[in-house]
Design a protein around this ligand. Structure first.
Ligand SMILES: O=C(C[C@@H]1CCCCN1)Cn1cnc2cc(Cl)c(F)cc2c1=O
Ligand SMILES: [Mg+2]
Length: 569
């Protein structure tokens, strides 16, 4: 395409409210424009990249046996009332009325719609499993849209839904989808991990997030430096490592600790390491008092605690509640001689502590030489602490490292969370009525575009991977007013196109500096410059990613471009 025709409004300055590189560069390079907070238009260059991502998604989903369809964005409120989510979602779910005053939701996701279609059309196990997907605009009225396409209020998602008779069938599709996702994100050139995640509100057990490792990621991932183990920090299990202690049990002793209350203060006052102190925190779990014990150098993971207690709400107890249940205030709490109305749960490392320190449930006093089981009982012990860097990886291979991640995909085993209330049933091989099991699988397509931009740029601009670049070759007539350069450029434009490359030809009457700066900004992989040496039949070729440049005779240009293209793959 001739660049003099291309709608590509570039910006010299970095837009004020763009805080991350991808947002700044996609705006400056004329790929997107904001229409409202969290709502964007894709201009021609942005649309071309979006189209390529969607096609990679399509190829891999089709290959994995999922069938493409398209559902409406306007969804009957009645469907969301059946699943109960009309009432459980707040302002994030965008709603509207039609001309007949009928209530509708603007589609944030499509579990209800797809389940209503399947329950009407599928009655026999012979028709299962089914796997259907769409690539479609979603609406979620985020409280704080930010980072451009990374967190928008209108965005493009590929969402797939699968329906099954047997659990094994769901497990099989789940694995097939995870493999398809790995293929998709690899082809997009992303450094990602499939991360064990917390299923959050929608229940079900297995689910994985696909995280792109990125400094601006909002999620924290714990991953192994020697295996493919990776988990969202909320979920990351801790491998219990017990070093059996040879210490003999000493007599329990109560000591005055004056103002020392926090772990650090007590550790300093008594000159003991925090790993010898039992950190005791009183929580209220669904209104019941629970004394939570972790080693002094660990932190309580409230997601794990909530899952362990199968409680819907857990929160640190107030000072009043602490006084009420333990007759003391925070800073001197301990598990020794606590009323049995208070349930005690200990992290799995606590039972192995010997001659530990803990609060004496009397302000200003602590116990020394506290030994679990001898000096206090607990009703259960479980993995309820946050994993920390340096912990052994739960799969026993390597140690845990933290990284930030951008969530670009999320796959779920839903089970019967939607099919039960919406009665998506089938007759099994014995003619018995059964409820289907479901899986759902999402990719943030527009978010993936931003993640690629975020991870592929330098101080001069974007650097597109071959699989997604809006054009393959950037041909630049350095001085388009010079007849010789213009003539040779026109010739090379045809040659490059005939070689099967999508070529953007900068034929604008602009200064060389502007052309080169714009070329660096939009980030096409290979640039061909027709300049002063055109008269000698020599052109310059520059590789955007490495910055290398070469003087190439026109007669070698065709093979040279192919060679450099193949090296970039
Ligand atoms: O979307 C999912 C699960 C999967 C993800 C993959 C594709 C199919 N859905 C979870 N989720 C997240 N935010 C939401 C926001 C709103 Cl306003 C809503 F009404 C519903 C949801 C909602 O259900
Ligand atoms: Mg998610």
């Amino acid at each position: 395409m001739r660049q003099s025709q291309l709608f590509m409004p570039t910006l010299r300055e970095v837009p004020a409210d763009a805080d991350v590189k991808s947002h700044q560069l996609l705006l400056r390079a004329g790929f997107i424009r904001q229409n409202a907070a969290g709502i964007y238009s894709f201009l021609p260059l942005g649309k071309k990249v979006l189209h390529k991502i969607e096609n990679i998604v399509r190829e891999e989903m089709n290959r994995a046996g999922s069938q493409e369809m398209m559902m409406p964005a306007l969804q009957l409120a009645e469907l969301w009332q059946e699943s109960g989510r009309w009432y459980s979602y707040g302002p994030e779910l965008m709603r509207l009325k039609d001309r007949h005053e009928r209530d509708f939701a603007l589609g944030a996701t499509h579990e209800e719609v797809i389940t209503s279609i399947i329950r009407d059309e599928v009655k026999s196990y012979k028709k299962l499993p089914l796997n259907l997907y769409q690539i479609q605009t979603k609406f979620r009225d985020e409280k704080r849209p930010r980072f451009g396409l990374l967190r928008g209020r209108e965005f493009i998602m590929k969402d797939a839904y699968s329906f099954h008779d047997k659990q094994e069938s769901l497990d099989e599709t789940y694995e097939a989808m995870k493999n398809a996702y790995s293929a998709i994100f690899s082809r997009c050139g992303l450094n990602f991990r499939a991360v064990l995640a917390d299923s959050g509100a929608i229940g079900g057990k297995d689910n994985h997030e696909f995280m792109v490792l990125s400094d601006i990621g909002e999620d924290l991932i714990a991953y192994s430096n020697e295996s493919d183990f990776a988990a969202n920090i909320e979920m990351a299990p801790v491998l219990l490592e017990v070093k059996s202690s040879s210490e003999s049990l000493l007599e329990l002793e109560k000591v005055a600790t004056e103002q020392a209350k926090t772990i650090e203060e007590v550790s300093g006052f008594l000159n003991v390491s925090s790993s010898k102190i039992i950190k005791s925190l009183l929580y209220m779990a669904d209104g019941q008092p629970v004394l939570v014990l972790v080693r002094g150098d660990h932190e309580v993971n409230e997601i794990k605690l909530k899952n362990e207690l199968s409680a819907t709400d857990v929160a640190l107890a107030s000072v009043e509640d602490t006084k009420k249940w333990l007759n003391t205030e925070p800073g001197s709490i301990g598990p020794v001689s606590v009323s049995e109305e208070v349930k005690i749960i200990a992290d799995q490392a606590v039972p192995y502590m010997v001659n530990a320190v803990c609060g004496a449930n009397e302000s200003g006093y602590h116990f020394l030489n506290v030994n679990p089981k001898r000096d206090f009982e607990y009703s259960q012990s479980a993995d309820i602490r946050f994993v920390v860097e340096g912990d052994k990886s739960p799969d026993g291979k390597g140690t845990i490292v933290f990284a930030k991640g951008i969530e670009v995909g999320h796959v779920f085993k839903l089970g019967k969370v939607y099919s039960e209330p919406m009665k998506a049933a089938y007759l099994d091989e014995n003619g018995k009525n059964q409820i289907m099991s479901m899986g759902c699988y999402g990719i943030g397509v527009s978010r993936t575009l931003a993640a690629v931009a975020e991870e592929n740029n330098d101080d001069k601009g974007l650097i597109w991977p071959l699989s997604l670049t809006p054009f393959d070759v950037h041909l630049i007539a350095v001085n388009s007013k010079n007849a010789e350069q213009a003539a040779l450029s026109d010739e090379l434009y045809d040659l490059i196109k005939n070689d099967g490359f999508d070529c953007l030809y900068d034929d604008r009457p602009e200064r060389a500096g502007v052309k080169f700066a714009d070329s660096d900004l939009i980030g096409l992989p290979i640039r061909v410059m027709v300049g002063k040496r055109a008269s000698e039949g020599i052109v310059e070729v520059k590789i955007r990613k490495s910055g290398e440049s070469f003087e190439v005779p026109v007669s070698d240009l065709s093979s040279f471009i192919k060679q450099e293209w193949d090296k970039l793959k």
